[in-house]
Design a protein around this ligand. Sequence first.
Ligand SMILES: Cc1ncc(COP(=O)(O)O)c(C=O)c1O
Length: 343
Amino acid sequence: MSIDLRSDTVTRPSEAMREAAADAPVGDDVYGEDPSVNELEAAAAERVGTEDALYVPTGTMGNQIAARVHADRGEEVLLDRKSHIYCWELGGLAQLSGIQPRPVDADEAVPTPAQIDEAYVEADLHRAGTGLLALENTHNGRGGVAVPPDRIAAAAEAAHDRGVPVHLDGARLFNACVALDVDPARMVRDVDSVLFCLSKGLGAPVGSILAGDEDFVEEARRVRKLLGGGMRQAGMIAAPGLLALDNVERLAVDHENAAALASGLDALDGVRAADPDTNIVQVFTDDLGVRAETFAEACEARGVLGGHHGPYLTRFCTHLDVTREDVDDAVDLISDVVTELSA
Ligand SMILES: Cc1ncc(COP(=O)(O)O)c(C=O)c1O
């Protein structure tokens, strides 16, 4: 069996989650009558301290709904060049909502107030204007960076000063909260909407939460229906999501495993591994002169799955289904790969 470190999306639901799915009381959620979905939405809103929350099938749909609710057609979304919304959602802003991205290089994962001031566009006869600032925490493309709440607040303030709403793609929000020991409600206090996934490190089989104030969620519910995300007896997939909320504290284990993996790999000749904030380990093989695609293939042949995310950047991700023993084994196996590739 391979050690699967491609992503925390590969986690499988526990027995308890499977039982919760089988036993879930259900109703038609489009009519607002699914008790399990209603319970999950209430628990999720309470967890992040928002007025309301909406269960959505995926993180991608949640982000796209949020952008559409906040921004009008033609308007710009200010975001980081390496953000998930910009890089990995099929140009959904443009395809689905006629919104155009305005990327900036947020080297520290979140645009600075100065970058926001500079990239902001005032609407006039020639320009559609900035309709949204989209942030990401943890920041996947920059290596699972956990952004502290004061930096989120500073960015949000710069946007709000100009009347621009703020959405937080917190697919891994709880990884950031656990890594920085920050209450989730504090982390999202300054943004207007937040998306977080139940299906990644938290281990639910399906589903994400989009949270905000009542007006936002009411409109988000309509857009979810428009995009085909109004589900009927969704309690069967929402019930495991409630149990996923109990898995927040254990994310610290994934972070410890990631740190062990990074230090083990960084000790190998020709390999550099960035010190991870959370559960994502970025490994660079330029000193080895081996491209990431080749490196990832060689790792796979030895039984360790990762992903190539740049010319010389391979990503390994720890999660619920990876033990410390797996991590130690992975380091040994990758050490053999490095020896083989250096020969
Ligand atoms: C930062 C970030 N946002 C959004 C998503 C999208 O989530 P989903 O795969 O549920 O659509 C991902 C998925 O990996 C992600 O890493």
